[in-house]
Design a protein around this ligand. Structure first.
Ligand code: IMP
Length: 182
């Protein structure tokens, strides 16, 4: 099925994403020395980014997952952050690299980063694929950033709208006609 023309306007092709992910992996490798990389994927949106980043890293990597939800079926954050899946193991003393799909208002990450520090992580760095900087309400330091984007709702490559479009290999802007129907 071709969703491209009717529902989603492509912005970053699969090739453009892959090229940027390789650059981010190289920067992470440089900064990590010979240390194992401790990836912490924020579910669900970052699962594809994390899969590609961990394959590109060419270092021993540990892959952990945490589930957080702040949207429900809405198009903008409610500001209420809910833990939907907790970590399986302790992060005490670990140098954690949080992997996030998109930083929008920053509410989700400011909650999570404070939460991780309170659990005794030695350091917490952040890799985010997209930065919707115009909408920021809480300051968040992004150590490894894929792309800055304007204030438009994007889907694909793990990102959803009401649980749809995650499977697309590219990232695109969801046409307003789609979400005005919901
Ligand atoms: P924040 O708390 O407002 O920074 O929202 C962060 C979360 O909202 C991200 O992890 C995404 O899951 C979701 N989000 C924000 N903008 C978009 C978008 O354009 N498309 C899909 N999900 C988004």
């Amino acid at each position: 099925m071709d969703l491209t023309s009717t529902e989603v306007r492509p912005v970053f092709t699969a090739e453009a994403i892959a090229a940027r992910v390789s650059e981010l992996a190289a920067a992470i490798r440089r900064d990590s020395g010979n240390e194992e990389v401790f990836f912490l994927c924020i579910l669900k949106g970052a699962f594809m980014f994390m899969a590609d980043l961990s394959r590109a890293i060419d270092r021993h990597a540990r892959c952990e997952f945490i589930g957080i939800s702040s949207y429900g079926k809405e198009k903008s954050s409610s500001g209420e952050v809910r833990l939907t899946k907790d970590l399986d193991s302790s992060i005490e003393g670990a140098n954690v690299l949080v992997v996030e799909d998109i930083v929008d208002t920053g509410l989700t990450l400011s909650y999570l980063l404070a939460n991780l520090e309170s659990r005794g992580a030695a350091s917490v760095r952040l890799a985010a694929l997209l930065d919707k900087f115009e909408r920021r309400e809480r300051e968040v330091q992004i150590d490894y950033l894929g792309f800055k984007i304007p204030d438009e709702f994007v889907v694909g490559y793990g990102l959803d709208f009401a649980e749809r479009y995650r499977e697309l290999p590219y990232i695109g802007v969801l046409r307003p006609s789609v979400y005005s129907r919901v």
